[in-house]
Ligand binder design. Structure first.
Ligand code: KG4
Ligand code: ZN
Length: 312
């Protein structure tokens, strides 16, 4: 049985074909990063227009790479929420119309469930119950997932998402969008530094205070005529961003006694985050699952996989 997945919620147009063994036959992604870089972030209207132009060629390429025709597809899944309204609508309407025309079942998939399903695509032995930390440009959520892939939110952000904080701090430092990878490239974690922020709110994630603390620090240094030490400020911010995720996740792992942890979403590509969580999980005897690097960011294979898993 073949599932066609469609993703267009932000700045990636993607179509994928996976089989019922969660094997990826194709996962074609056209990124609009270069288009939006000029503006320092994603421009919703431009994103939607580009999805309209890209969606058919991406579908053709996905079928060609999977070596199948559209008539061999058994079901269609598309991201229907959350996302930039105009952008997400392109994939949703396209997928529904295609399913209608071909008389196939259509699955409306929540983008965040898609990120969660990227863990199953990357690890065939993954079996909930687990805790799942979703870290992306728009969300920072710790979920509890039961054996039927039913989810419950344990903790979310009171303000900004962690990826958003990476992008905003990067912008002030003059680094190109998306800022997450750039900050991690520049950060020198071996440098000594005093954490720019060491108190975080209880029972919630929060990134707005950290972002402001870094921006204030940069402005003060500039006013004093000091040169910004880029490797140090990137390291300091990255440390504070990750330590908050670590501490809260540790609390919930200990509280629930759950011995499996998944981390997904764009920020899960961060090398420092991966190392720190690896160390913590080893210490706690927790099995850690991460997506392969190419499945951390937005892609359609994870949308097809979420439909197949029936995440609710
Ligand atoms: O999941 P994603 O591709 O899109 C959303 O659903 O938001 O996540 C994008 C976010 C961006 O904020 C980007 O800066 C961040 O993931 N990101 C990273 C890294 N790679 C991508 N953040 C930190 N370190 C990275 N290596
Ligand atoms: Zn995403």
């Amino acid at each position: 049985m073949l599932t066609l997945g469609i993703e267009s919620s932000c700045d990636e147009t993607s179509v994928a074909v996976i089989n019922d063994q969660f094997q990826i036959l194709s996962n074609v992604i056209i990124s609009q990063i270069e288009i939006h870089q000029t503006f320092g972030g994603v421009v919703p209207e431009i994103a939607a227009r580009n999805h309209i132009e890209n969606i058919l060629p991406v579908l053709d390429e996905a079928l060609r790479k999977a070596n199948v025709t559209i008539n061999q597809i058994d079901q269609i899944a598309a991201t229907t929420e959350p996302g930039l309204p105009g952008a997400v609508m392109v994939g949703r309407v396209f997928g529904k119309s295609l399913a209608n025309a071909l008389n196939l079942p259509f699955f409306a998939v929540n983008h965040l469930h898609g990120h969660m399903a990227s863990l199953r695509l990357s690890n065939s032995n993954l079996q909930p119950p687990m805790l799942c930390l979703l870290v992306s440009g728009g969300h920072t959520i710790l979920y509890r997932v039961n054996e039927k892939w039913e989810i419950q939110t344990l903790c979310t952000t009171a303000d900004d998402a962690v990826g958003e904080a990476f992008d905003k701090v990067a912008r002030v430092l003059g680094l190109a969008y998306p800022g997450g990878p750039k900050i991690s490239q520049h950060a020198d974690m071996k440098l000594p530094f005093t954490p720019i922020m060491n108190k975080f709110p209880k029972n919630t994630f929060s990134y707005s205070g950290l972002k402001t603390a870094v921006l204030n620090y940069i402005n003060h240094e500039k006013q004093k005529g000091n040169v910004i030490n880029l490797p140090e400020i990137c390291a300091n911010f990255q440390y504070c961003a990750v330590v908050q995720l670590l501490n809260k996740t540790r609390e919930y792992l200990q509280q629930t006694g759950i011995k499996t942890l998944g981390i997904c979403g764009g920020v899960s590509a961060n090398q420092y985050l991966r190392e720190q969580f690896n160390n913590m999980c080893q210490e706690l005897g927790v099995q850690l699952y991460l997506p392969t690097p190419e499945l951390c960011g937005d892609n359609a294979a994870m949308i097809a996989a979420a439909a197949l898993l029936g995440i609710k």
